[in-house]
Design a binder for this molecule. Structure first.
Ligand code: BGC
Length: 721
C-alpha cells in the first residue's frame, strides 16, 4: 500500500481524519484500508461497507489485515470527501485481567493507513490529511464507548506513525458484522429501582437506542449477563466497565461502533426509552452455518441452542474464552476442546487459518505456545490442552474438512512444541511446568478458594496428550514428506505409552488413578492395556453412577466422557448423564434459565446465588463440547476418514429423547441422520451424499454398507435401549 500510517499528535484515543478530492469522471474505485486500532471509512458522508471492528485482531507485529471495498458507487463527479474515524480497539485500548498492573497495549497511538485507487490515480493517507475530534470521544474494548454530539469538535494535528508495512495482508477470514437485531423481551424495574431491559438471550454485541425530539441529556447504558435477586448484577465484568454513554439533543439513533459487550440485560440511566426504541445488536464473525440439531426434547434442544449461541458470542474475529469481562482473549485450551463442536456448527476453516497463523507467530523460539492467541499477555508455556492446540487444533480441522494444509502448515510449530514439552519430562513422563489440569473439574477437595484444577494428576494428563501430539505430528511429518521424523515420533509414542503404563498401572493391572477423567482418558486414548480395558470401563461406569450421573469432570474430561462410555458399551449411562437435571449437569444450567454455557458447572448454585468468585462467566463455551458427541454418536454422523471421505452413520436411541436428528453440510455434501419414536417403535433415518462410501451401525447390530442414499430402518425399543 502507498498510504502512510497517520494518527494524531494529541492524546485522543478516537479521532477522525479526512481528505477532499476532485474527480472529473467516476471510474472503478477500490478502497484499501487498515488501522493500528479500528477504523470506519466514509465517503461523501456514507459509511463504506457493513464490516465491523475492522481490521480485526491479529498479532499485529507479524500480521495486519487490510480490507478492500469497491466504492465506485460512493463517488460523484466534482468534489468528494473521504474520512476515517479511528479508535484504539484491541491495538491500544488496553487488555489484560491483572487489575494491579496497567492494561496491556501493542502501541501507544492508533493510526489508519489507506489507498483509494481511482483508476490510475491513488489518493492515500499522509500528513496532508486533516484531523479533528470525533463525536466518539473515547472507546475501549473493555470499557465501552462515549459519544457526545453536543460538545464542540476541536481540530487535531495529523502525525505519521512508523509501522512496518511488510506485515500487511489481505483479510484472511470472514468479516465481523452486525448479524441480527433482538427486541426487548421485557422492561424490568428492579427491587433497587433501576430500569433494566431484558433481551431474553445472552449475546455479544451492542445496544442501539433512539431518542425522540424532546430529548436533551446524557444516557448511560451498562451491561450484565444475569440478574441477582432480581437486581442488575455488575460484578461479572470485573475491571471492564462495559458502559456506553451518549450525550445528545433531539431525535437520534445511537449505537457504539468500536466496542462490544457480553450481555442479556442492559441498565439504562438518564432516559426511560420505550421498548420499541431499544434493540440488541448481535455482533460477531459472519461464518457460514453448516450444522444443526433438532430434537423433541425441549431441554436438550435448549442446550443445543445455548451452545450455538456460545459459539456465536465467542467467535468475534478470534475464538475467545468469554465476551464480557476483562479477558475476551483467545485462550488456546478453550478453543481446542470446543473445536470438534464448532466445526460441525459452522465452517471455521478461514477463521482458524487466520488464528493459527498468529499461534505460530506468537510461539516462543524454544517451542512454548502462547496461552492466549494473539498473545497480548506474553505468556507462553507447555500447559497440556492449551499448548497442545498447536497440534490438536490442526488435527481436528483436518479430520472435519480433510484439508492436509492444516497439518503441513503447522508441522514445524508442532515439532518445536514437542521439544519444549520434552524439557519438562523425566524418564518419559512430564514432571514439571505449569499445568491447568482438568480445569474447573468439581472432583477436588476444596480446602481453599482455588478449586480450579480438579483432582486428576495433571502430569498424567500432560504425558498422555504429549503422546497424542506425537501421533499427530507423525502424521503431519508424513504429509510433509519427512518419513524419518514420522518414524521417530511413532517410536517415541510407543515408548511414552509404555512409560504411562508402567507409571500409572499396577503390576496386577489396576489403574492407579481413580478420577473419572483419568479413567476416561486412559480408555479413550488406549493407554489401558487391551486386556484390562473391560475391567476399567466397568470401574468408570461404577464411578459415574456413584457420582449420581453428575458431571464432575473439568474441561478435558468432559470432552471425552460420553464418547468413552458410549464406545465401551455404556450407552445407557450416557443417556442418564445427558438428561441429568441436578447440579452439576448440562440440563441443570438449562433449568436454571441459562441461554449460553456457563464457565462453571455451578456458576449459579442451586439456591440461586452465584458462585462467589471473580472468575464466573455465563458465556464460556468449553462445556458445550458435548454437542460434538450429540452429532457423532446420538444423531450418528461420523467420519471414518478425514473430510468425511468415508462416512459412518450410527444413530443411537436415548431413552427420554423421542426424536433427534442432525443436518450437516460436510465438505462432501449434506448428511442427515437421527431417529424418531413412531407408534412405540424407533425409526432410524439418514441421508448421505451421492457417491460417498457410507456404512450403517445401529445399536447392537453389525456394521453394513449403505446402498440407498436416503433410508429408514424401524426397530423395537428394547428395555436396555
Ligand atoms: C479463562 C479461561 C482459560 C483459563 C486458563 C481463564 O481466566 O477465562 O477460559 O482457559 O483462564 O487458566
Amino acid at each position: 500500500m502507498k498510504g502512510k500510517f497517520i494518527g494524531v499528535k494529541q492524546n485522543n484515543d478516537t479521532f477522525r481524519v479526512e481528505k477532499s478530492f476532485y474527480i472529473e469522471n467516476v471510474q472503478k474505485t477500490v478502497l484499501r484500508a487498515t488501522a493500528l486500532g479500528l477504523y470506519v471509512a466514509e465517503i461523501n458522508g456514507k459509511r463504506v461497507g457493513d464490516y465491523r471492528m475492522t481490521p480485526g485482531w491479529t498479532s499485529y507485529f507479524t500480521t495486519l489485515q487490510y480490507q478492500e471495498y469497491d466504492v465506485t458507487d460512493y463517488l460523484q463527479v466534482g468534489d468528494n470527501i473521504i474520512s476515517f474515524t479511528v479508535s484504539g480497539g484491541w491495538y491500544c485500548s488496553g487488555l489484560g485481567f491483572n487489575s494491579a498492573a496497567p492494561r496491556l497495549k501493542y502501541g501507544e497511538k492508533a493510526a489508519v493507513c489507506a489507498d483509494l485507487i481511482i483508476g490510475e490515480k491513488i489518493i492515500f493517507t499522509d500528513t496532508d490529511w486533516t484531523a479533528q475530534e470525533s463525536f466518539i470521544r473515547s472507546s475501549g474494548i473493555y470499557d465501552g464507548e462515549t459519544q457526545d454530539f453536543i460538545s464542540p469538535i476541536e481540530s487535531l494535528d495529523v502525525v505519521e506513525i512508523e509501522w512496518n508495512k511488510s506485515v500487511l495482508v489481505k483479510q484472511i477470514c470472514e468479516h465481523v458484522k452486525d448479524i441480527e437485531r433482538l427486541s426487548v423481551q421485557q422492561i424490568i424495574v428492579t427491587p433497587k429501582g433501576e430500569r433494566v431491559y431484558d433481551f431474553g438471550q445472552n449475546i455479544t454485541g451492542v445496544v442501539e437506542i433512539e431518542t425522540d425530539e424532546d430529548f436533551d441529556g446524557t444516557i448511560v447504558l451498562q451491561f450484565s449477563e444475569v440478574l441477582m435477586n432480581g437486581n442488575f448484577f455488575d460484578k461479572g465484568t470485573r475491571s471492564a466497565k462495559s458502559t456506553d454513554t451518549f450525550t445528545v439533543k433531539g431525535a437520534k439513533k445511537l449505537c457504539p461502533e468500536f466496542t462490544f459487550h457480553g450481555f442479556r440485560y442492559m441498565k439504562m440511566v438518564g432516559a426511560e426509552l420505550p421498548a420499541d426504541k431499544v434493540f440488541a445488536v448481535v455482533r460477531h464473525t459472519d461464518l457460514k452455518r453448516t450444522g444443526r440439531i433438532y430434537t423433541s426434547n425441549k431441554l436438550v434442544q435448549k442446550l443445543m441452542d445455548n451452545i450455538v449461541w456460545g459459539q456465536r458470542d465467542n467467535y468475534l474475529d478470534i475464538p475467545s474464552d468469554c465476551p464480557q469481562r476483562d479477558e475476551r482473549m483467545g485462550w488456546t485450551g478453550d478453543a481446542n476442546v470446543f473445536l470438534g463442536t464448532a466445526a460441525f456448527n459452522y465452517d471455521v476453516r478461514k477463521f482458524f487459518k487466520k488464528w493459527l497463523r498468529d499461534l505460530r507467530a506468537d510461539q516462543a523460539e524454544t517451542g512454548e505456545v502462547s496461552q492466549v492467541v494473539p498473545d497480548i499477555l506474553d505468556w507462553k508455556n507447555t500447559a497440556t490442552i492449551w499448548g497442545d492446540s498447536v497440534a490438536m487444533i490442526p488435527w481436528t480441522l483436518y479430520e472435519i474438512y480433510g484439508d492436509k494444509s492444516f497439518l503441513t502448515e503447522n508441522y514445524e510449530a508442532m515439532k518445536k512444541y514437542l521439544v519444549a514439552v520434552e524439557k519438562t519430562m523425566k524418564n518419559g513422563i512430564v514432571v514439571e511446568g505449569q499445568q491447568y489440569g482438568d480445569w474447573l473439574a468439581l472432583d477436588n477437595e476444596h480446602y481453599s478458594d482455588d478449586g480450579c484444577h480438579g483432582r486428576t494428576d495433571s502430569y498424567y494428563i500432560a504425558t498422555l496428550f504429549y503422546a497424542e501430539c506425537l501421533k499427530i505430528t507423525s502424521c503431519a511429518a508424513e504429509f510433509s514428506g519427512e518419513k524419518q521424523y514420522a518414524k521417530k515420533c511413532r517410536k517415541k509414542y510407543d515408548y511414552t505409552l509404555k512409560r504411562l503404563r508402567e507409571e500409572y498401572f499396577t503390576i496386577g493391572g489396576r489403574f492407579a488413578l481413580d478420577t473419572i477423567t483419568a479413567q476416561v482418558l486412559a480408555l479413550h486414548f488406549g493407554i489401558v492395556p487391551e486386556k484390562d480395558r473391560k475391567e476399567l470401563a466397568q470401574r468408570l461406569n461404577e464411578n459415574v453412577i456413584a457420582h449420581g450421573y453428575r458431571t464432575v469432570t473439568g474441561i478435558i474430561g468432559t470432552k471425552y466422557l460420553l464418547f468413552t462410555l458410549a464406545d465401551n458399551g455404556y450407552f445407557d449411562t450416557v443417556g442418564k448423564i445427558i438428561l441429568n437435571e441436578q447440579c452439576p449437569g448440562w440440563l441443570y444450567e438449562v433449568k436454571m434459565g441459562a441461554t449460553t454455557m456457563w464457565e462453571r458447572w455451578d456458576s449459579i448454585l442451586p439456591d440461586g446465588t452465584p458462585k462467589a468468585d471473580g472468575m464466573n462467566s455465563f458465556n464460556h463455551y468449553f462445556f458445550g463440547s458435548v454437542m460434538e458427541f450429540i452429532y457423532r454418536r446420538v444423531c450418528g454422523i461420523d467420519f471414518v476418514s478425514a473430510g468425511f471421505e468415508k462416512i459412518k452413520i450410527s444413530p443411537s436411541y436415548v431413552s427420554g429423547i423421542d426424536e433427534i436428528y442432525a443436518e450437516f453440510d460436510s465438505v462432501v455434501g449434506k448428511i442427515v441422520s437421527g431417529y424418531r419414536v413412531v407408534n412405540g417403535k424407533i425409526e432410524y433415518f439418514a441421508t448421505v451424499p451421492e457417491g460417498i462410501a457410507a456404512t450403517l451401525v445401529l445399536p447392537n447390530e453389525d456394521e453394513r454398507e449403505i446402498k440407498d442414499r436416503t433410508f429408514t430402518c424401524i426397530r423395537e425399543i428394547k428395555t436396555s435401549d
